[in-house]
Design a protein around this ligand. Structure first.
Ligand SMILES: Cc1cc2nc3c(=O)[nH]c(=O)nc-3n(C[C@H](O)[C@H](O)[C@H](O)COP(=O)(O)O)c2cc1C
Length: 190
């Protein structure tokens, strides 16, 4: 099974990255093949709403030639898309939101001349891994809701959220319990 992980935190060894280590280790130990993209290390610009992606309904593509191209092609071949990012202002960090904007048009062919065009993400799963400062139910709830609606709109199966909180920056984030949560979440996706 192929999995695309879109990682979006500027902190390479931060909280979200720490959760991803056991998560991806568990996926690999269960035979998954992972494509990993750190969007803060890529040059990905915003969707231009040019609708060129709507002309050919048989494949996902974007005419903007930047570092989004391999991400689109990876997701086309994957069964699971994982968005792994911290909560910023009750949403996704800007570079991650930009990736989602590009996905939605590249894969959903209902913005052009045919409102009933194909949903090329149909049948794939979307999973969300996040960390936040507030309690999860007040920190990650709005962002999860927007991802659920995105999934529904794109005909993706929403496979759930792994969310963990860091109460304050002085306390260590990772512990055995969080590692177990990350491993169990990975196992639940396969
Ligand atoms: C710019 C910025 C905005 C943030 N906004 C929120 C927020 O709206 N709600 C929240 O619960 N935490 C917020 N946080 C806290 C982060 O989500 C939290 O510290 C997270 O674990 C950081 O993850 P990272 O170490 O992977 O970057 C914010 C942090 C930053 C830097």
């Amino acid at each position: 099974m192929k999995v695309t992980v879109v990682f979006g935190s500027p902190r390479k060894k931060g909280n979200t990255a720490s959760l991803l280590i056991p998560f991806m280790d568990e996926l690999k130990s269960r035979g998954a093949e992972i494509d990993y993209y750190d969007v803060y290390e890529r040059n990905i610009s915003g969707c231009r709403a040019c609708l060129q992606c709507q002309k050919d309904k048989s494949r996902a593509y974007c005419v903007v030639e930047d570092d989004m191209q391999p991400v689109i092609s990876s997701v086309s071949q994957s069964e699971i898309l994982v968005i792994a990012a911290p909560i910023y202002c009750w949403g996704l960090p800007g570079p991650v939101k930009t990736v989602l904007d590009r996905f939605i048009y590249a894969f959903c062919k209902y913005y052009g001349d045919d409102p009933f065009g194909p949903a090329l993400l149909k049948g794939k799963k979307l999973a969300f891994i996040t960390t936040c400062g507030y309690p999860v139910e007040k920190g990650a709830d709005i962002c999860e809701e927007s991802l659920k609606r995105t999934a529904k709109h794109c005909k993706l199966e929403y496979a759930g959220m792994l969310a963990e909180r860091q109460r304050n920056l002085k306390e260590a984030f990772m512990n055995e319990e969080k590692e177990q949560h990350a491993r169990a979440f990975a196992a639940s996706l396969l």
